[in-house]
Design a protein around this ligand. Structure first.
Ligand SMILES: *Cc1c(COP(=O)(O)O)cnc(C)c1O
Length: 334
């Protein structure tokens, strides 16, 4: 017997789309004249960084919260993310009258703490590392019955992110290539599942940074592996995929046509192009599609869609990148 690996289907994604309708924005798909000129085929930008809370993560978090039973919702949801998933979960829970608790270490900067509070979550500060914050999540699940909503390796989260794929195929039925930012793979798995089930010939390419690309290293190894985490302009793409990964690793393995790695310089160039040519403020993770096109790393025989996945970048860092910096520290690479 050969058990099918667990997966998320187009039916799950359609159900998620119906569930979250009216609670998330349908984001614009706009043509990019400058990128079309370089690529030689039509290029469109999916402006998902305009999503409420500044990233696509609201789709998955909203679907996860709405999929809870009323008893579960009453006990509240919990996560350890201080980034886009934490923001999204805080907003999604508040919108449904549920309490979200976000655990974070003492090292998290005050502005991030304030932002998560502003979005309506309870903040619990514990320990000196992300691992200790994650242990606190486990404790709250075990002792208070709170429901953990993981950032990517969860069927409801993946189905929610997949609604972005449904939406872009409705906007551009003849899309030939989709460029998807890739970290834990919730976005890529959901988008690829949707797009390929509607149009099996569309290519879906995952894009991530050279520095600490856990999914790429895992795909090459044939099993989840952990990699050293390094600072990157694409900070939202950092972190591992989990050695006990249940869904996103196998889905990415089966559904992605390719994974490309971008250097810090290429990601910085993507952010600059987004700002200068497209008048869009995107964070590093959101700029990898533009970066790959600028670096002439993408071949496509038909229309390309690049997903701009988020805009939550520190504005001082953004200004430095616009002014020519190509690293988190701000030195210009030789
Ligand atoms: C989380 C995130 C990603 C990566 O999504 P995964 O589902 O972890 O692969 C990409 N871009 C932004 C802005 C994000 O917040």
């Amino acid at each position: 017997m050969c058990a099918q690996p667990a997966s998320v289907s187009i039916d799950d994604i359609r159900a998620a789309s119906a569930r979250i309708a009216g609670r998330i924005l349908n984001t614009p798909l706009v043509p990019s004249a400058s990128l079309q000129e370089m690529a030689g085929v039509p290029v469109y930008l999916k402006l998902e960084h305009h999503q409420t809370t500044g990233s696509f993560k609201l789709r998955g978090a909203t679907n996860a919260v709405l999929s809870l039973t009323s008893a579960e919702r009453a006990r509240g949801v919990v996560a350890a993310s201080t980034g886009n998933h934490g923001r999204a979960l805080a907003h999604a829970a508040k919108a449904e009258g549920a309490v979200a608790t976000v655990c974070m270490s003492r090292l998290v900067p005050e502005n991030k703490v304030a932002e998560i509070r502003r979005l309506g979550a309870e903040v619990r500060i514990v320990g000196n590392s992300q691992d200790e914050a994650q242990e606190e999540v486990g404790r709250l699940v075990a002792e208070k019955g709170m429901v953990m909503v993981p950032p990517f390796d969860d069927a409801a989260v993946i189905a929610g992110q997949g609604t972005l794929g449904l939406e872009l195929v409705a906007q551009l039925p003849d899309v030939a290539t989709v460029l998807v930012p890739l970290s834990g793979g919730g976005l890529a798995a959901g988008v690829a599942a949707a797009v390929k089930s509607l149009n099996p010939r569309t290519r879906v390419i995952g894009l991530t940074m050279e520095r600490g690309a856990a999914m790429k290293v895992s795909l090459d190894a044939g099993h989840p592996v952990s990699v050293e985490e390094l600072p990157s302009l694409a900070d939202s793409l950092g972190g591992g995929i989990g050695l006990d990964n249940a869904l996103t690793f196998s889905m990415c393995r089966h559904l992605l046509d390719d994974v490309l790695l971008l250097s810090e310089e290429e990601i910085a160039a993507g952010m600059r192009h987004a700002y200068g040519a497209e008048r869009e403020i995107v964070e590093g993770a959101g700029a990898v599609g533009i970066a790959a096109l600028l670096a002439a790393r993408v071949r496509s025989s038909g229309p390309i869609v690049a997903i701009l996945s988020g805009r939550n970048v520190d504005m001082t860092l953004h200004r430095r990148v616009i002014n020519g910096a190509t690293s988190v520290q701000g030195e210009v690479a030789a």
